[in-house]
Design a protein around this ligand. Structure first.
Ligand SMILES: Nc1ncnc2c1ncn2[C@@H]1O[C@H](COP(=O)(O)OP(=O)(O)OP(=O)(O)O)[C@@H](O)[C@H]1O
Length: 257
């Protein structure tokens, strides 16, 4: 679904590249966490997948399309395939919850009768059927993020990109949003979620791609937020005379974002 081939990104006036020679493949229906310290390149990578920006070198393929070659006028077609949610929700403040979700269908030209039937369905799905007529500033942060997910999901994109979607939410609400993204994934959507939320990553145990200073430094199936490596025995400790425990000794190393 997503293929990154030697992708590098230099911003104009950047002292160093934001992404350096990143290569990875993400299959249809996968759920992938994108982790790494602040400034490591996570948002840049998501922006390239959305064609908000272009790579300086290398190739970014999404659903078989080389996104750098998509002309500007065709970018809306890409956005039908790739939905996105952000830390700051990005809802239209002067439109109701239902109108925010409907807007995503209007802009891609879905007929009125489809919009009228699909919007209540998706609002029920995210648990906001009762709040369809509210305005964003009448909702909690968690509810606003549910609306943003409904808006991203209503057109049934093949890929959902989430950039720090729980960054503005308390721990309990973050878990609710994580469950919703998990449900979106179980509905068959490929999900890529950039996050600093270690406890969510550790609880979900999904594939983890870790960036460090723009380079892909880890690609681990069923990973934790921090890399886990077998703990070596200190040289002064003799080898055990009993069989080792069935659970390997693990220690946490690596950067904390
Ligand atoms: N528009 C821009 N112009 C110049 N440099 C930029 C721009 N956007 C990001 N950068 C730089 O690119 C690097 C990667 O930034 P990016 O926002 O992708 O990191 P991130 O991992 O998403 O960070 P965070 O976790 O804080 O959101 C940083 O050094 C940043 O300063």
């Amino acid at each position: 679904m997503i293929v990154l081939s030697s992708v590098s990104k230099w911003y104009p006036n950047g002292a160093r590249p934001a992404l350096i020679d990143v290569s990875a493949e993400i299959g249809a229906g996968e759920f992938v966490f994108l982790v790494g310290p602040s400034g490591s390149g996570k948002s840049t990578l998501l922006r390239l997948l959305l064609r908000e920006d272009r790579a300086t070198s290398g190739q970014v393929i999404v659903a078989g399309r080389d996104v750098a070659r998509i002309p500007d006028r065709r970018v809306p077609q890409l956005r039908r395939i790739v939905g996105c949610v952000f830390q700051d929700f990005r809802l239209l403040p002067n439109r109701t919850v239902a109108a925010n979700v409907a807007f995503a269908l209007d802009v891609v030209g879905r007929p009125r009768h489809v919009v009228r039937s699909v919007v209540p369905e998706v609002l029920d799905l995210v648990g906001l059927g009762e709040k369809a007529d509210r305005y964003p500033d009448e909702l909690s942060g968690g509810e606003q993020q549910r609306v943003a997910i409904a808006r991203a999901f209503v057109g049934r994109p093949r890929v959902l990109l989430a950039d720090e979607p729980t960054g503005n939410l308390d721990p309990a609400t973050s878990i609710e949003i994580m469950s919703l993204l998990d449900a979106v994934h179980r509905a068959g959507t490929t999900v890529v979620m950039a996050t600093h939320n270690a406890s969510l990553v550790d609880a979900m145990r999904r594939r983890v791609l870790e960036l460090g200073d723009g380079a892909l430094i880890r690609d681990e199936a069923g990973g934790r937020y921090d890399q886990t490596v077998p703990q070596p025995l200190p040289p002064s400790v003799p080898p055990p005379s009993v069989p080792p425990p069935s659970v390997p000794l693990l220690t946490r190393t690596g950067p904390v974002g």
